[in-house]
Write a protein that binds this ligand. Structure first.
Ligand SMILES: [Mn+2]
Length: 469
């Protein structure tokens, strides 16, 4: 097999947009623009009914702002984020993640500086920050944030959910290990505060990269790789009140410091598994020192966290690409890897064809043993299963799997804090322990392949009922 060449995707046809508003204009054919007046209290429930990007143009309580969401829920919109087709999306991301970091371009100013509010003038409760679920005690910020590793200078990014509990005060939930490592480095330097910038409204590729998780801190930060996966320069401008640079083309940036000394108890997380787990967290606080933004109705980026929204796929898009690379190294021909929104961020589907017996279990074990805590249930399927249809995946499990020989169960593995079926580990809150299951629902090489050919009506997929109504 020509492993070295066959995984290189076709080059991009045209450059990606530098800004979110440019992206929304270029991709207007898949963007829903809501121009009727909408109340803040209804934005979450309305956003979550859309599968494609949605922009609220007319927010009753926040007339100076727009709000967008659901930028990366489907392969169709994910492909737009990288400027490619849905068929080429995953191998494009996988290929670009194998390339060296492009770095950042520092410029003096940019559109995000059109409005500057410093210190007591900065009040982030003026932004259109929604409540995400009934039990929320405060509006909940989901934006990408940037912190700088004081040792390497690299820019680490993630989306730490932050409760906006006051005009200049937040409680921030860092769930990624790198944020904690970097906070520790600031503490070791004798500092009791860490600079942080919240970045609202950037092209979706920034956010895909910001959610990378793996060994990278000695080579680059997520921000240094944004230009690599976008195949373009990323311009950064200096903050007003911090020693930190932020994307010049962002819609809104909030500058602040994380208090490294104290912790505050906050209840009821909105987990990507769509439960109220863990029940509480002890969180550091953030103090806001500046807000800068565009002058013309800046677009606030929300990530509605429940039910199935960007919250399930976004943190796992780089995971899919990393698994694509690893599975390809086994020698199977990978068509897709998917953490479906309906899989509660605990389940992964791997889709491939394979030349001989034995490879499916290795592929299942590879995915089940992934570094992250979201591969409790892994299903292997063949290229003819439609991953956009949960019913088709269920059909493959029901008809292509002999439970006595095609299911692998492993007890006592790391459980997700978001999995109510996992057993809480005493004295290790919020960690849990759970088993894992791999299901081989592929076409079986031990049988006649003709047995697995599906029956379809004549002209299936060609004639549409809607044309006859
Ligand atoms: Mn990181």
């Amino acid at each position: 097999m020509a492993l070295s060449m066959s995984h290189r995707p076709p080059p991009p046809t045209k450059p990606l947009d530098a800004s979110l508003r440019g992206y929304l204009a270029t991709n207007a054919d898949i963007v829903t623009r809501v121009t009727k007046p909408v109340h803040m209290a209804d934005i979450g429930a309305l956003s979550a009914q859309s599968d494609q990007p949605i922009v609220f143009e007319n927010i009753v309580e926040k007339p100076g702002f727009r709000l967008c969401d659901i930028l990366v829920k489907t392969r169709r919109s994910q492909a737009r984020a990288l400027g490619t087709s849905p068929e080429n999306y995953l191998r494009t991301l996988a290929y670009r993640l194998r390339q060296p970091a492009r770095g950042l371009k520092i410029v003096k100013s940019g559109p995000v500086k059109e409005v500057v509010k410093l210190h007591n003038e900065a009040d982030w409760t003026e932004l259109p920050i929604p409540f995400h679920k009934d039990k929320d005690a405060a509006p909940y910020i989901t934006a990408m944030n940037i912190i700088r590793d004081p040792e390497t200078g690299f820019y680490n990014s993630c989306h730490a959910g932050t409760h906006a509990v006051g005009p200049r005060r937040g409680l921030i939930s860092f769930v990624t290990p790198h944020s904690h490592v970097i906070m520790g480095k600031y503490r070791d330097m004798g500092l009791d505060a860490m600079p942080i910038a919240f970045v609202f409204g950037v092209p979706p590729a920034y956010e895909i990269m910001a959610n990378f998780s793996g060994l990278h801190m000695d080579a680059w930060g997520e921000m240094e790789m944004v230009g690599t996966i976008m195949d373009r320069d990323i311009e950064m401008v200096p903050c007003e009140t911090l020693e930190l640079n932020v994307p010049a083309e962002a819609e809104i940036v909030v500058e602040g410091h994380v208090n490294l000394k104290d912790r505050f108890k906050v209840g009821e997380v909105t987990s990507p598994s769509m439960y109220h787990l863990p029940h509480y967290e002890d969180l550091p606080e953030v103090e806001v020192s500046a807000i800068t933004m565009r002058g013309d109705r800046p677009i606030y980026r929300n990530h509605q966290t429940c039910p199935d929204t960007d919250h399930q796929p976004l943190p796992r898009l780089c995971h899919e690409a990393v698994l694509y690379n690893r599975l390809s190294e086994i020698g199977v021909d990978v068509k897709d890897v998917r953490f479906p929104t309906w899989g509660a961020a605990l389940s992964c589907i791997i889709q491939f064809s394979y030349p001989r017996e034995g490879m499916v279990n290795d592929a299942l074990m590879l995915a089940m043993g992934a570094p992250w805590l979201n591969t409790k249930l892994v299903v292997a399927v063949s290229p003819d299963t439609d991953l956009d249809d949960p019913g088709d995946v269920y059909h493959a499990i029901a008809t292509r799997c002999d439970p006595a020989r095609d299911v692998v169960v492993v007890p006592n593995t790391r459980g997700s804090p978001y999995d109510p079926s996992a057993r809480p580990l005493e004295g290790q809150y919020p960690w849990r322990i759970v088993g894992k299951m791999g299901i081989d629902a592929t076409v079986k090489s031990r049988h006649d392949p003709a047995d697995f050919e599906r029956a379809w009506p004549r002209n299936w997929g060609k004639v549409k009922l809607s044309d006859y109504l």
